[in-house]
Write a protein that binds this ligand. Structure first.
Ligand SMILES: Cc1cc2nc3c(=O)[nH]c(=O)nc-3n(C[C@H](O)[C@H](O)[C@H](O)COP(=O)(O)OP(=O)(O)OC[C@H]3O[C@@H](n4cnc5c(N)ncnc54)[C@H](O)[C@@H]3O)c2cc1C
Ligand SMILES: NC(=O)c1ccc[n+]([C@@H]2O[C@H](COP(=O)([O-])OP(=O)(O)OC[C@H]3O[C@@H](n4cnc5c(N)ncnc54)[C@H](OP(=O)(O)O)[C@@H]3O)[C@@H](O)[C@H]2O)c1
Length: 275
């Protein structure tokens, strides 16, 4: 096993829908990361099956080890939390999540403690513009939740817009958490209106949520109107995370609006694709 790989223990699990869940694991003392980064998590299929057999009292359980399966996971929790939180999809035949979904409190996972990724606010050179737009689909919300639990994010920008798109209302996870961040961090920075949350539900009508896809909402100006602020090259940083088709289409929409990719610290748009 690589020096960076440690065993962590599942401490809690929240099931949002049959296809979506969150969980926390113990945080190794030496593990440090920046909000927005991801790590690689590992399961060992036969090891997990073995644990489940033992729990079920199966005396024929075989602990023979197979290859570990690792996948990239963005960290939901803040760099200051004592535990590490993740938000996961379940892909029915997925090599990783078809195993991960069976995890229970007390089970063990592998964590590669080398954090990766450049979807962090540190990538932007100063001076910072006044507004930060965070646009996510599905579990792509994860890195933004981490950033929103870092006070510096709230201090650095005048407005923060979080637009989060899911297919159905039940898949729009973490809404209460987002509302409590609005209140808690909004109070800390003396501006309860700083975080503008825009829920988007695309496959069923939901009161209070927008219903179109992000690129269309941007090109029509609906998202900007809902946020109550303009989105232009001089005033905005925009981060995109989640479905690669959304990332590609939204990037193109933003370019049509005059924004540019962030390179070597300069420019508006930063992205992360999940597959
Ligand atoms: C930088 C990075 C960060 C990531 N962070 C997360 C995260 O925080 N949470 C998370 O659930 N996944 C995340 N992923 C995706 C994750 O690495 C795995 O792809 C996912 O766990 C599915 O693994 P699998 O082996 O079951 O299926 P895979 O064989 O990896 O994927 C099969 C198919 O499932 C779909 N798919 C994969 N991941 C997702 C997803 N997250 N949402 C919707 N559809 C998906 C795609 O169509 C993909 O082709 C991230 C990926 C990258 C590259
Ligand atoms: N969600 C489910 O009920 C479900 C069930 C079983 C399996 N899965 C599997 O899970 C994966 C997807 O899950 P998911 O629902 O988290 O992710 P998703 O398909 O990426 O949908 C999340 C949000 O992203 C939007 N979106 C998709 N493509 C976009 C684009 N090009 N531009 C802008 N927005 C876009 C979707 O809108 P639209 O609604 O318009 O697409 C939806 O609002 C797939 O592999 C799927 O087969 C999902």
């Amino acid at each position: 096993m690589s020096d960076n790989i440690q065993t962590v223990t599942v401490l809690s699990k929240t099931t949002w829908t049959p296809n979506l869940f969150s969980f926390t694991v113990s945080r190794p003392d030496s593990f440090k990361f920046t909000a927005g980064q991801f790590v690689r998590l590992g399961v060992n299929p036969s090891q997990l099956k073995y644990y489940q057999q033992i729990e079920a009292g199966d005396e024929t359980a075989d602990s023979a080890l197979n290859e570990d399966v690792f996948r990239a996971y963005s960290i939901v929790s803040s760099p200051f939390d004592e535990v590490i939180e993740f938000f996961s999809i379940v892909i029915p035949d997925g090599a990783f999540t078809s195993q991960l979904q069976h995890l229970q409190v007390g089970d063990e996972l592998l964590l590669n403690t080398m954090p990766f990724g450049f979807l962090t606010l540190a990538r932007y050179q100063k001076p910072l513009p006044k507004d930060l737009w965070l646009l996510a689909t599905g579990t792509g919300l994860a890195p933004f939740l981490s950033m929103l639990q870092d006070l510096k994010t709230w201090e650095d920008y005048e407005h923060i817009v979080l637009a989060y798109s899911a297919r159905s209302l039940d898949e729009l996870a973490y809404v209460e958490k987002i509302e409590s961040l609005q209140e808690d961090f909004g109070t800390l920075v003396d501006n309860p209106a700083k975080l503008i949350f825009i829920p988007i539900v695309t496959r069923e009508p939901v009161e209070g949520a927008l219903s179109e896809r992000l690129p269309k909402l941007l090109l029509e100006g609906t998202l900007q109107a809902r946020a109550g602020i303009a989105l232009d090259i001089d005033t905005t940083h925009v981060m995109l995370c989640g479905n690669p088709d959304m990332v590609e289409d939204t990037k193109e929409a933003l370019k049509t609006l005059g924004l540019v990719m962030n390179r070597r610290g300069e420019g508006n748009i930063a992205v992360e694709n999940y597959w």
